[in-house]
Ligand binder design. Structure first.
Ligand code: NAD
Length: 439
């Protein structure tokens, strides 16, 4: 094994070198800029106490860690990771951990803020947090990934815990990562602390229904919106961007509702078929060929074209920033349900609202995932586990109630549903902060 030299000890170069660069330098808005802008819109309408605004614009605590991982060939590489805790007035912090080369402190801050609003909108007793490590996990072996996961978690364990901050999977982390996190934390605590993370494998305290939860939640919000819009889901047409966890489960539940999915895509491109694409056909084609492109009897379509199709329902369930000021005018769907986080920019929000499009915002539409994480946490704390039906039933109650509250708030203020969701969420957090004597 070669000795670890100083040269081999390096920090991976990341986008974080741009962190803090002002927009006046011509740089694009960061996710944190967008998060603050969305917050400010609602805060202005609510005439929110300036002291509360000041507190909520920034995370309460950000932990930045640098740690070495010994590679299989003996080299030591230094990695950087973060945990941002935005606000915990409503309960312990909650939010995923992502492993991705583009992770920056700025992104983690924005995501932690969105988690505060998402949990408040869903009415679950959590605050908002997010974490990440700047790494390309695809370049690591399984044992390197395990060492990285354990080191990161042991460093942030001074601020996490079942009643303090409960991480979960996010981009490029999964139930295996959560198993390592939980095990590392449990060693330190000298007991089985299952409730320290959610999204775990079933055998060590995971919940039934967690896999399908986000897509199920998206479908439930579409059903609720369709009732208000008097849109008959039987025979309604839909396009789904992204055929991963969220997109494929939303697809299945909407198909069960009688919706005709006419287009679907993944990172390689999309397929369109006027008469509709059955989920099983799309899934088996993707399994065999690695993509939904070239589905038999379908026409090829780009991811950009898919967004502009003349359909009743559009589900962006892949990436952020896909509906922008450049294409919002061309969106024809009456109903957009954001399965992905942040697919629509604030400028596009205004255009869609002006055009009469109903948009179910991410912090409501995809909150089924964190809501079922809450149900997993409750099961861990009570050591009593529910059937899949019980979990799904509880999730449905959470989603229906959250939708009704956001819909009413947006109607009362005559604003789009994103702003309605923000008003709803910020109001709850403000009330909790006031009654706790923080402001
Ligand atoms: P995933 O990795 O399972 O699936 C992502 C899908 O997007 C894949 O089909 C991939 O091929 C596709 N994709 C990637 N690049 C693309 C591109 N350039 N154009 C079109 N499609 C592309 O991820 P997921 O868990 O389904 O997450 C999707 C989105 O939903 C993300 O924004 C995520 O943050 C959000 N989300 C996920 C959950 C969850 O529980 N999984 C919860 C809340 C929010």
């Amino acid at each position: 094994m070669p000795p670890a030299s100083k040269k081999a000890f390096r920090v991976l170069e990341t986008a974080s070198k741009f962190e803090g660069a002002p927009q006046s330098m011509g740089m694009q808005k960061t996710q944190y800029d967008i998060a603050v802008e969305q917050f400010q819109r609602a805060a202005d309408i609510m005439k929110l106490d300036p002291n509360v605004q000041e507190i909520l614009r920034k995370p309460r605590r950000i932990l930045s860690v640098n740690f070495p991982v010994k590679m299989d060939d003996g080299r030591l590489l230094l990695y950087q990771g973060f945990r941002s805790q935005h606000n915990n007035a409503l309960g312990p912090y909650k939010g995923g951990v992502r492993f991705h080369p583009n992770v920056t402190i700025d992104e983690v801050k924005a995501l932690s803020m969105w988690m505060t609003w998402k949990c408040a909108v869903a009415g679950i007793p959590f605050g908002g947090a997010k974490g990440g490590v700047t790494v390309n996990p695809k370049q690591l072996s399984q044992s390197e990934l395990e060492k990285l996961s354990r080191s990161f978690f042991s460093l942030i364990s001074e601020i996490v815990g079942p009643y303090r901050d409960i991480p979960a999977p996010d981009v490029y982390t999964d139930s295996q990562t959560m198993a390592w996190f939980m095990d590392e934390y449990s060693k330190g605590e000298k007991n089985n602390a299952f409730a320290v993370v959610t999204g775990k494998p079933l055998i060590i305290g995971g919940s039934l229904g967690r896999d399908s939860a986000t897509g199920r939640g998206v479908a439930i919000t579409v059903e609720e919106a369709a009732r208000h819009l008097k849109l008959n889901l039987k025979g309604a047409t839909c396009a789904v961007q992204g055929f991963g966890n969220v997109g494929s489960w939303a697809y299945q539940f909407l198909e069960e509702d009688g919706v005709k999915i006419v287009a679907v895509s993944d990172s390689k491109g999309g397929a369109y078929k006027k008469s509709g694409i059955w989920f099983n056909d799309a899934a088996s084609h993707k399994k065999k060929n690695g993509s939904v492109i070239n589905l038999p009897d379908s026409q090829p379509i780009t991811n950009e074209e898919l967004l502009e199709l003349d359909v009743d329902i559009l589900i962006p369930a892949a990436l952020e920033d896909v509906i922008t000021k450049d294409n919002a005018k061309s969106i024809k769907a009456k109903l957009v349900a954001e399965g992905a986080n942040g697919p629509t920019t604030p400028e596009a929000d205004d255009i869609l609202f002006h055009n009469g499009t109903t948009l179910i915002p991410d912090i409501l539409a995809n909150s089924g995932g964190v809501s079922t994480s809450y149900l997993e946490w409750v099961q861990n704390l009570q050591h009593l586990y529910w059937t899949a039906d019980e979990v799904d039933h509880r999730l449905k109650n959470i989603m229906v109630k959250a939708f009704a509250e956001v819909y009413k708030t947006s109607q009362d203020h005559n604003v789009d549903m994103r702003t309605g969701a923000y008003i709803q969420a910020i109001g709850k957090v403000r009330d909790a902060m006031k009654i706790r004597g923080w402001v």
